[in-house]
Structure formats: C-alpha cells, structure tokens
Design a protein around this ligand. Structure first.
Ligand SMILES: Cc1cc2nc3c(=O)[nH]c(=O)nc-3n(C[C@H](O)[C@H](O)[C@H](O)COP(=O)(O)OP(=O)(O)OC[C@H]3O[C@@H](n4cnc5c(N)ncnc54)[C@H](O)[C@@H]3O)c2cc1C
Length: 355
C-alpha cells in the first residue's frame, strides 16, 4: 500500500480529500489526515466567532469517513524528510510515501515589540475562542483596538460593532483609505459604513509598540482594553522552520507541480505555499485540485504535467455585519445587501457540499 499523509484539514486539505474520496482513491493507496482539531474549521468565519455572532458549532464540519482514511488528532512539530516521517508532539512519528503540508498560517507581527504578547488573534480556532471570550466579557464603554484593516480586520470590526454597539472600536489602518487596494467607490462605501456605526478609523497609522492595554501609534500611546491583531500573516511555523527557499512571508517556494524543488514527494499547500496570488481559501482549493492531478498521474505511472494553467479565482467577498457587504467580482465592485447575500450563499453552499 502507498501512504498519502495530509497535514492540516483546512480548505486545502479538505479539497484533496473531496477530490479523492469516496471513489477516486486507487485501491493501493491509504490516506492519513493529521490535524490538531478533530473537525474541519471554517476559518473564513472566525471574525464572527470572535465577535460573538455565531456559535462554535456553526463553523465546524466533520471530516469525511472512508475505509482507507485514518484521521489522527495531533500537533505536528516537524518533518524528517530523510526518514520520510512526520513528527508529532507526544506521539509516535507517522511515515509517508507522499506528503501534503497544508497547515495554514499564523499572525505576522512585523517585529513590533510586544505585539505577540499583548494582542489577541483570529488566526486559529483556539485563539478566536480566546478573543471571543475577552471581547464578550468587556464592560460597556470599553475600548477595542483592531490593528490592520484588511479583509479580516474590517470584517471583525463591523461584526463586533453590530454585536456590541456599547464598545468603542478603533480600527488602525496603515493606508490613506481603508481597503486601499480596492476601487475608491468600494473603500468609501466601507468607510461610510464604519462612520455610521461609530467605528473610528485611524488612517496612516504605524503601530510601533504594544504594551499591556496600550498601543503606540507613531510612538503615541493609546489605551485599549483589548487589542486584536489582524495586520499580517506568515506561513505556519513548521514550514518556516523547514529547509528550503521561502518568500518574505515564510511561504515555501515550489515547482510548478507544487512539490519541493528537491523532493517530489513533499507538496506544500494553501497559506503555506508561495503562489502568485494573495493567500485565500479559494486559492488553497484550486491548488489542491492541481496537486490531486499530480498524485493521480504519479500513482498511474504517467508523466507529470510540466505546468498548470493559472488558478482561477472568483473574486473577493467581504461582510459588514450581517446585512451589508462588499465584493470584487470579475474585477467589478459590488456593495450592499446583495454582496452580503452572496457571501452567505457561498458559505451555505460550502457547508452543504462538505457537511
Ligand atoms: C477572518 C478571516 C476571513 C477570511 N475570509 C476569507 C474569504 O472570504 N475568502 C477566502 O478565500 N479566504 C478567506 N480567508 C483566508 C482563508 O481562511 C485561508 O486562506 C485558508 O483558510 C487557507 O487554507 P489552508 O488549507 O491553507 O489552511 P487552513 O484552512 O488554515 O487549515 C490549516 C489546518 O491546519 C491545522 N493545523 C495548523 N497547525 C497545525 C499543527 N501544528 N498541527 C496539526 N494541525 C495544524 C489547523 O487546525 C487547520 O485545520 C479569511 C481568513 C480569516 C482569518
């Protein structure tokens, strides 16, 4: 039997499973999935979990069941490529013939002193639960600082303002305008939404230091009761600590077939992989489809493709609370209730197909 080991049952890992199971897995191949969480988590909804507007159970999806799929609950701490073993915390190593590493990402603190120690996070389910707990236990009038106004910062700030309109929310944005990578019309719409909902946007900010309950913007102190960091991501520590060429966010540089340049049996997936687009769930899924093509060809003894067509992305969907949203679809901006409905529809479809 050949053994495929998948590390991480996130969007990428789940897509690999759904492409191979139940009927496309060759008879002589088994799969082992390793994750620190015993179910697939809908990371794109962590902002709502942290804000307290959805329950934990709503963002869990069971892993599939199959006679030749083994699910291992454990913490991956490294890869021994010479021995072809995955190293786990407090458990025996797991051997592989082919390995897919899809362990997602972690916060990147850009060397800002104190940021890792004194800020909360929404990058993992465990951290999102902690963030939920502190945010929702705050007394009225408390100040919440959210550092970083990309998609996840904007979604968290808006959801929290609807969930707790008794809090003072400050959203620190590095750019001149919020979501400055998007067209003007879209970024103005989002800014106006925040003004209407009493979320303070602090543009041109540069967080230079964080201390307990204090942010320093251009070295000027601002007292906050809770600070949440949404200002950047980097590849999972396991990837950052592996040998090999990485990009500036610690993501592994790969061959066009998505494996390591010096090891065709180790694939790297999703937020861990250096790809020509910003990391996203749809990118992880698109890449997973291509990895499955490579695996199938290898298992069939066929020649591997030299390259793949670029991964097609459908666009960006963002929420502003439960009723409003924004989107970039086919390079065209869309704002308002329809954008929000589309986002809810995509989530519903995902749960329908994977649940
Ligand atoms: C608030 C927010 C909103 C987002 N919105 C969108 C959106 O609207 N659209 C979009 O396309 N993308 C969105 N993203 C980005 C998207 O969630 C990620 O790009 C996507 O989850 C990456 O998929 P992945 O398979 O690489 O990793 P993940 O989905 O993060 O999965 C990684 C898996 O690895 C497991 N794991 C991690 N480390 C270990 C370890 N050491 N040992 C064992 N298991 C481990 C985790 O438990 C997890 O199951 C959003 C992200 C956030 C935070």
């Amino acid at each position: 039997m050949k053994k495929l080991v998948i590390l991480g049952g996130g969007y990428g890992g789940m897509k690999i499973l759904s492409e191979l199971l139940p009927n496309n897995l060759p008879e002589d191949v088994t799969i082992t999935l390793v994750d620190r969480v015993p179910y697939h988590c809908l990371k794109t909804e962590y902002y709502a979990l942290a804000a307290g507007t959805i329950s934990d159970k709503e963002i869990r999806v069971s892993f599939p069941e199959h006679a030749r799929l083994e699910v291992v609950f454990g913490e991956v701490i490294g890869i021994d490529r010479e021995e072809k073993n995955v190293l786990l915390k407090d458990a025996q190593p797991i051997s592989y013939d082919d390995l897919v590493i899809g362990l997602g990402c972690e916060d990147k603190y850009h060397g800002v002193p104190g940021a890792d120690q004194y800020t909360y996070s929404i990058q993992s389910i465990g951290k999102s639960r902690e963030t939920y707990s502190v945010l929702n236990n705050l007394p009225p009038g408390s100040v919440v600082g959210i550092v970083g106004a990309g998609l996840s910062g904007v979604e968290l700030a808006s959801e929290l303002s609807e969930s707790r309109d008794d809090l003072q929310i400050k959203l620190f944005d590095r750019g001149k305008h919020i979501l400055s990578a998007f067209p003007d019309r879209l970024s103005k719409y989002v800014e106006n939404w925040f003004v209407k909902h009493n979320v303070e946007i602090i543009n041109n900010s540069n967080i230079t230091k964080v201390e307990e309950n204090t942010l320093y913007n251009h070295d000027k102190s601002i007292t906050c009761d809770v600070i949440v960091w949404t200002a950047g991501i980097q590849a999972n520590k396991v990837i950052r600590e592996m040998e090999g060429e990485k990009d500036s966010s610690g993501r592994m540089v790969l061959t066009p077939q998505h494996f390591l340049p010096n090891d065709e049996h180790v694939f790297v997936l999703g937020d861990c992989a250096s790809l020509p687009h910003a990391p996203s769930a749809q990118l992880a899924e698109g890449q997973a489809e291509q990895i499955v093509e490579v695996l199938k060809k290898r298992w069939n003894g066929e020649e591997l493709p030299d390259s793949f067509p670029p991964i097609k992305l459908k666009g960006v969907l963002g929420s502003l609370g439960k009723k409003h949203g924004f989107a970039m679809l086919a390079d065209r901006p869309l704002t308002g209730r329809v954008a929000r409905l589309l986002k809810s529809g995509v989530l519903w479809m995902y749960k329908f197909h994977n649940g």
